[in-house]
Design a protein around this ligand. Structure first.
Ligand code: F6R
Length: 248
């Protein structure tokens, strides 16, 4: 997996935002939509802030962008302060000119009996607009991408998943206690993630150093789902020095 190591996460995020902006503009020139796969969490925040600035100050338009987020907690109301819907609106969508009908996140309120069909429809919608041109990823301390926790197979589809204890523990502060963190989430599967034409994974800080090493240098294993990215033809890991500190 090609890695790019930056002195700090701000420089790294600016470079990623630039790549996304270039792609959006190139697609605009071709008269095409730009289909983005987006992530939440702390890692992409500065990328989104930079994109908002490019919209406000440099006229970057999101009119041709169609986006699909990786995941949403289950159960989760979209207007909850803990929802990824809310996160995306606050970090990006409310501040740029993306049409409301152009962005999608998994619906954390779908009745259990309908989740299977809902998930395959979510993938169908991505395919119907031509597939993901670009997928932005973070990585869990346990190697999860989206919420494909360890044990997820390389051909895993979009589905309802039970979150790992470590994933829930990492979110406990934000939720005001472990018991308030949902036990499940809907996540885009490993397979549809790997179908994206370009994948960029962000990781900052020492906390991610060992899982990054495993993903980049270790065997391809379900114990570290990010290692599946070794099989992708156009992927990059964008790291700060601490996240890269265990690479040999
Ligand atoms: C979020 C997602 C997760 C996060 C991961 C890292 O949509 O899919 O895989 O990217 O948990 O989270 P942060 O960036 O908060 O360390």
């Amino acid at each position: 997996i090609p890695t790019q190591i930056f002195a700090d996460s701000k420089d790294a995020s600016n470079a990623v935002a630039q790549e996304i902006a270039d792609l959006i503009r190139q697609k605009q020139k071709e008269g095409k939509n730009c289909v983005l796969g987006l992530a939440t969490g702390s890692s992409p925040k500065t990328v989104y802030a930079r994109l908002v600035r490019m919209h406000k100050e440099e006229g970057l338009s999101f009119k041709n962008v169609i986006s699909f987020n990786l995941d949403e907690y289950y159960q989760m109301e979209p207007d909850s302060i803990h929802s990824y819907h809310r996160f995306m609106k606050e970090q990006l969508f409310d501040h740029v000119d993306i049409p409301k009908e152009n962005y999608f996140l998994p619906d954390g309120t779908i009745p259990a009996a309908m989740v299977r069909d809902y998930c395959s429809n979510y993938e169908n919608k991505i395919n119907a607009v031509g597939g993901l041109d670009f997928q932005l990823l973070g990585i869990g301390g346990n190697g999860h991408i989206g919420f494909n926790e360890p044990g997820s197979l390389i051909n895993a589809r979009t589905r309802l998943i039970t979150l790992d204890h470590s994933t829930r523990a990492a979110a406990a502060m934000e939720f005001g206690g472990l018991h308030k963190v949902p036990r499940k989430a809907i996540t885009l599967g490993v397979a549809p993630i790997l179908s994206a034409r370009r994948i960029v994974l962000l990781a900052w800080g020492e906390r991610k150093a060992s899982v990054i090493r495993g993903a980049v240098e270790g065997p391809v294993t379900e114990r570290n789902p990010a290692s599946y990215l070794q099989a992708h033809p156009d992927v990059a890991f964008i790291l700060d020095e601490s996240a890269a500190s265990e690479l040999t």
